[in-house]
Design a protein around this ligand. Structure first.
Ligand code: PMP
Length: 431
């Protein structure tokens, strides 16, 4: 029933782990929204590259030139991944999405008098950095957890002239909802603000159009992490408009960011270099562009189809278990492959521990760095730090999250569903 089978492109997915009966079992990874395992090709590319390993942009030796060339050309490759052939856009590398957003918050906001419009759906990484530099106003979500999109324009009008940035997640790491970023871009531009899209959960799942179908729809800044798209940790990306980095002191200043430095004067380089202080991570960047090659070779359309199949199949099966409460709209077919739920009468950690310890299945539970959003979906107050269990003991609020990648299979989901049923039965028997 699977649409593709590309398991052999990925490292370590058939790792054997001892299960409850002491048998060797294949580990099932349903925690891809946190981090995806890397492509095998990356290790071949890194091995070849190690022969030319040298500092980027700092030496004139043969190896240094090769490293620098690779690093500089990679920006073009990243732009090609989004079909951008436009000099107004550059690619800035960071450590991860969080650092990318911190760089943007520093660059795009002048003072706390500036307003940034964000949403109640955001990951903490697309909320807290903005709070540091600006006054943040939030677009609310409805009872299903979907954005009240009409509020973007209302807030822009209310704070007319003060709104500098509108920021929104491309896809939620909790509900998987995809937001209409081009529509939101049009509103931001109408009120002279720029739009920043947190693409951490969007870019790994489908072909993304940054430019939209007209100038008004352009996404000014898209950020994402390599470790969520089959490359190792340590590389974050900003694809964004180069002219917006001219005014402020860079977020990370130091070597590599400057042209001329005197005791009392500094002339910064232009972006991207201005925002990439310190020795660049060329191995990380090589890994990222190799992952992009591999994703394109598999086909972004096929990746999307397989993940859609998995999440729809999962939803159909899990909904049949009466004890399950879902925290997303099962009829929304446009979501990315992130599915959150709870089992009535059980703390979220209990199932996660059972699956991890007894069934060799990796998932995540908790609030997924989106506490306000998760609490809203759970129907508890923002100020509630703990909730009462049925036995009156206290526990931290949260949900169970499974998230699929293209290499997961229908068979793995079948196994998972049976494991959940076993958990429910075992715990009921104990009572
Ligand atoms: N935004 C979203 C929507 C995410 O899911 C994540 C990762 N969980 C981040 C931002 C932060 O990404 P990173 O940890 O790579 O900085």
């Amino acid at each position: 029933k699977d649409i593709i089978n590309c398991r052999d492109t990925i490292v370590g997915i058939d790792t054997l782990v001892k299960n409850i009966y002491g048998e060797d079992t294949k580990y099932i990874n349903f925690d891809n929204a946190a981090t995806t395992p890397p492509f095998k090709n990356i290790f071949d590319e890194l091995e070849k590259y190690m022969n030319y390993y040298a500092s980027v942009g700092r030496g004139v030796g043969y190896k240094s030139k090769i490293s620098s060339d690779l690093y500089n050309k990679s920006r073009q490759r990243v732009k090609k991944f989004f079909d951008i052939n436009d000099e107004r856009y550059t690619v800035i590398y960071s450590m991860n999405t969080t650092q990318s957003i911190n760089i943007l918050a520093n660059a795009l906001v002048k003072s706390k008098k500036d307003i940034v419009i964000s949403t109640r759906m955001e990951h903490h990484s697309n909320d807290l950095p903005w709070r540091k530099y600006a006054t943040v106003k939030y677009v609310e979500v409805d009872e299903k957890g979907k954005l009240k999109v009409e509020q973007f324009e209302k807030l822009c009008k209310k704070y007319l002239g003060k709104v500098k940035v509108v920021t929104v997640t491309g896809a939620s790491n909790v509900t998987g909802y995809i937001n209409d970023v081009h529509y939101i871009a049009k509103i931001a531009h109408k009120y002279n603000a720029v739009i920043v899209v947190d693409g951490a959960q969007l870019v790994p799942h489908k072909k993304i159009n940054i430019l939209g179908s007209c100038k008004e729809e352009e996404i000014d800044f898209m950020v994402f992490s390599a470790h969520k798209m089959y490359a190792p940790f340590g590389t974050g990306v900003i694809v964004g408009k180069i002219d917006r980095f001219n005014e402020k002191y860079p977020f990370i200043s130091g070597g590599g960011t400057v042209d001329i430095v005197g005791h009392d004067r500094v002339f910064w380089l232009k972006a991207p270099k201005k925002e990439e202080g310190g020795t660049p991570n060329v191995a990380g960047v090589l890994s990222l562009i190799t992952a992009m090659d591999d994703m394109e070779n598999i086909g972004l359309d096929k990746i999307e189809l397989q993940e859609n199949l998995l999440k729809d199949y999962f939803t159909e099966k899990i909904m049949k278990i009466p004890e399950v409460t879902l925290y997303y709209d099962p009829d929304d077919k446009k979501r990315v492959s992130v599915c959150c739920f709870n089992i009535k009468g059980h703390r979220h950690q209990e199932l996660a521990e059972y699956l991890g310890n007894k069934e060799c299945i990796g998932i995540r539970t908790g609030c997924f760095c989106a506490q306000p959003y998760v609490k809203k979906l759970l129907g508890i107050k923002d100020s509630d730090t703990f909730i009462f269990a049925s036995d009156k003991s206290l526990y931290t609020p949260g949900m169970i999250r499974v998230s699929f990648a293209f290499y997961n299979t229908v068979e793995e989901i079948d196994y998972f569903i049976e494991a959940v049923k076993r958990f429910i039965k075992i715990t009921a028997d104990k009572k």
